[in-house]
Design a protein around this ligand. Structure first.
Ligand code: BES
Ligand code: MN
Ligand code: ZN
Length: 488
């Protein structure tokens, strides 16, 4: 679906379907009045009959003679509409439109004043919700015919001075789509090689982009013991994919993003239980997040230098697998006692974080579906942020609110560090039952000393139900953060 801005008045729109909101018990609707004709009389009659009141969840369809189909969605009480309410109302309406014959939709949900949502945020919410609702996964369906998709274009009506916000939202939508594509594709297709190819295609044909894929042998020479240990039981050889975007002067320090790219996590020798193990195809959603954000940053031409680092690795049980009890020397030189091969994310991240620091980044952020404990703590609503840098959480929080892709902070207090102590190495790779998300963060903090670093655990946000699959979160938050940084 193409996303475009329109500044047209609603009665001049050439769209075949129009999407309009209506507040509960509002006596009139300015947009419908502008449309006039039989739509206005029909609407007035149905309001009068209380056929439609504007309650959230309600919707009605009006037919304009020789004109568009008008879908009016209830937004509830004007003073009560929250960002979540607007996002969900838009999502539901566009999901229905995507199943209809609509080809070109004029979306008039972002050009209205909302009590609790500012204009920039409304443009983003409405656009992101629409793009999310329209997305369909068909990559591995052989029979697509019964499943025709008509919706081609969405024109979002906005004021002239909001064009920038719509461009940003459209770029976020591209990044989210890339992330969902990577996340949803099955582990027999989306393996380390596939991720490397996908990233190569992004960089190719772009003057400001570069790609470098470190292979197994190169990493062996470099001494990336922790990263390689995880992949040594898999026939799919590990790769470290490095994308670079040069949007600013060469002397400007890059922003570095690291994304966990476990293309399938069986747990290894510490094998996971059978039920829902298929969901561990999503264990590369950190990688998908940073690649998605890279796509959006390039599309926007942001005036920053950006580097994304993706360790792409498969965690399998095998005769060659690493085992509980192994002591591994990481790229940093620090040794790690493996007490659980299922705590593999931190193993591949620590070496990648060490490597990323060689490029002297101004900020270093990592994204990972790192712990089941994060889903217990925050559910599917917020990604968890851990950092020791003052102000960094606040910057991520702001970006999350701007895009309705929210984050919440967990502490990285030194008191938690002792849970990683062991007799046999510099640290062990698990911290026991209490504070599982935090001790994973503590582990990473031992490899990022002195950096402006934050760790974002996206185990609860990157995917939800089997039906929705990968959500593309937190690409929108991350892109907004990059936009905000580019203006500093
Ligand atoms: N990829 C998982 C984390 C995960 C589990 C995300 C379930 C989403 C849903 C990670 O590699 C893992 O297995 N973590 C372990 C860590 C434990 C062994 C310390 C976990 O969370 O159980
Ligand atoms: Mn695991
Ligand atoms: Zn994992």
């Amino acid at each position: 679906m193409k996303i475009k801005a329109t500044h047209q008045a609603i009665h001049e729109s050439k769209a075949d379907h129009l999407l309009i909101g209506h507040f509960e018990k509002a006596p009139t609707n300015a947009l419908i009045d502008q449309l006039g004709g039989n739509a206005a009389t029909d609407f007035a009659a149905r309001i009068k009959q209380q056929d439609f009141t504007g309650k959230s969840g309600q919707s009605i369809t009006l037919y304009v003679d020789n004109g568009p189909v008008v879908v009016v969605v209830g937004l509830g009480k004007a003073d009560k509409l929250s960002p979540t309410g607007l996002y969900e109302a838009t999502h539901k309406a566009v999901a229905a439109l995507a199943k209809s014959r609509a080809e070109k939709v004029g979306n008039y949900l972002a050009c209205v004043e909302y009590a609790q949502i500012d204009a920039a945020q409304a443009v983003k919410l409405v656009t992101l919700a629409a793009a999310h609702a329209e997305y369909r996964y068909e990559d591995t369906k052989a029979f697509k015919k019964g499943n025709k998709h008509h919706l081609k274009t969405m024109e979002v009506a906005i004021a002239e001075n909001q064009t920038e916000y719509l461009q940003q939202a459209a770029a976020m939508a591209s990044g989210i789509q890339a992330a969902r594509h990577l996340g949803n594709n099955p582990p027999n297709i989306c393996n380390p090689k596939y991720i490397a190819k996908y990233a190569t295609r992004i960089a190719e044909g772009h003057k400001k982009c570069e790609i470098n894929v470190l292979n197994h042998k190169q990493m062996e020479k470099m001494g990336m013991g922790a990263l390689l240990a995880v992949g040594q039981g898999s026939h799919n050889k590990s790769k470290l994919v490095v994308l670079k975007y040069n949007g600013a002067d060469a002397d400007q320090a890059p922003i570095a993003l690291v994304g966990k790219g476990i293309t399938f996590d069986t747990g290894g020798i510490s094998l996971k239980p059978g039920p829902n193990m298929d969901e561990m195809k999503y264990d590369m959603c950190g990688a998908a997040t940073v690649i998605g954000a890279f796509v959006a940053a390039v599309e926007l031409g942001l005036p920053i230098n950006l580097m994304t680092f993706v360790p792409a690795v498969e965690n399998m049980p095998d005769g060659k697998s690493y085992r509980p009890g192994d002591v591994i020397t990481s790229y940093s030189g620090k040794t790690i006692e493996v007490l659980n091969t299922d705590a593999e994310g931190r193993m591949i991240l620590c070496d990648t974080l060490t490597y990323a620091q060689e490029f002297k980044p101004s900020v270093l952020l990592d994204f990972a579906t790192l712990t089941g404990a994060c889903v217990v703590a925050l559910g599917h609503q917020a990604s968890a942020v851990m950092t020791k840098t003052d102000g960094l959480f606040e910057d991520l929080k702001t970006a999350g609110l701007q895009t309705h892709d929210r984050v919440w902070e967990l502490p990285l207090w030194d008191e938690y560090q002792k849970q990683l102590d062991t007799t046999f190495a510099d640290m062990q790779n698990i911290g026991g039952f209490p504070a599982g998300t935090i001790t994973a963060g503590c582990f990473l903090s031992r490899f990022t000393e002195g950096q402006n670093w934050a760790h974002v655990d996206i185990a609860g946000t990157a995917w939800n139900s089997k039906k929705t699959g990968a959500t593309g979160r937190p690409v929108a938050m991350l892109v907004q953060y990059l936009i905000n940084e580019s203006k500093k």
